[in-house]
Write a new protein. Structure first.
Ligand SMILES: Cc1cc2nc3c(=O)[nH]c(=O)nc-3n(C[C@H](O)[C@H](O)[C@H](O)COP(=O)(O)O)c2cc1C
Length: 225
């Protein structure tokens, strides 16, 4: 698949078939993501790839704690309320997803159901927990580097016909994830990527999120000289 096609067609996948993903395929994808650039080639990331029993344990632990009212516990908080234009975009994608799924605004039960799916990492057969070196916690560039690698990861997955969604929901209860996956204390759990073969019949998978127009994000200077 051409890079341009993969970039244009990739979208977050939130419904998967039960088919497993081989370790070999995952290794190929991760090897591609591992080519990501990083500040001074520091490569601060670590990946923990879960499937089968450990992933089920993570799902259960994460979901049970969210249900019993345990406050979210993340190494890096990303659940602060967005405001203004950021909040508007957050609502827009939620509306697109709920419309696709036929979930009415006031249907609390189905909305809650959707949220719970997120805490289960959309029942994906694989979860990749993305970490970076704790010693670089205060170095914002390490977050940037790890994010760049993660985008490479989802693009590489897409190029092989796999679907993925980067998601914070799956690691809302990070201590549980750390314990089950035996993640060393010297690593910060940043996010996770739910990954598998896309379920073609899952309607939310066809949602295409909108983007800001380039004229609102980009300035060109000196081109008319
Ligand atoms: C850091 C990060 C965290 C995310 N967390 C979630 C999440 O918890 N649940 C979810 O459904 N999607 C999550 N997403 C996916 C975004 O909602 C999605 O990328 C965005 O709406 C754009 O849609 P697209 O990926 O289909 O282009 C996350 C994406 C990123 C980059």
């Amino acid at each position: 698949m051409e890079l341009e096609q993969a970039i244009n067609e990739r979208r977050s996948i939130r419904g998967f078939t039960k088919d497993p993903v081989s370790q070999e395929t995952l290794q190929e994808i991760i090897a591609l993501a591992n080519r990501a650039p990083s500040s001074m080639n520091t490569q601060p990331w670590h990946l923990h790839v879960l499937t089968g029993a450990p992933l089920e344990q993570v799902r259960r632990g994460n979901t049970e704690r969210m249900l019993d009212g345990t406050p979210p516990s993340r190494d890096i908080e990303d659940y602060a309320a967005y405001e203004g234009e950021h909040r508007a975009r957050q609502i827009e994608i939620a509306v697109q997803l709920f419309e696709a799924m036929g979930i009415e605004r006031h249907d609390k039960e189905r909305r809650q159901d959707w949220v719970m799916r997120g805490f289960r990492q959309f029942d994906a057969p694989v979860s990749i927990v993305v970490c970076f070196d704790r010693s670089l916690l205060d170095n914002t560039i390490a977050h940037f580097d790890t994010g760049a690698m993660t985008y490479g990861l989802v693009l590489a997955a897409w190029s092989k016909g796999l679907g993925a969604v980067i998601n914070g929901q799956g690691i809302m209860q990070s201590p549980v994830v750390r314990e089950i996956a035996n993640i060393p204390e010297d690593q910060i759990i940043l996010t996770c990527v739910a990954l598998g073969w896309p379920d073609e019949d899952f309607v939310a998978n066809s949602v295409v999120s909108r983007r800001r127009a380039l004229e609102n994000t980009t300035r060109f200077l000196g081109f008319e000289d």
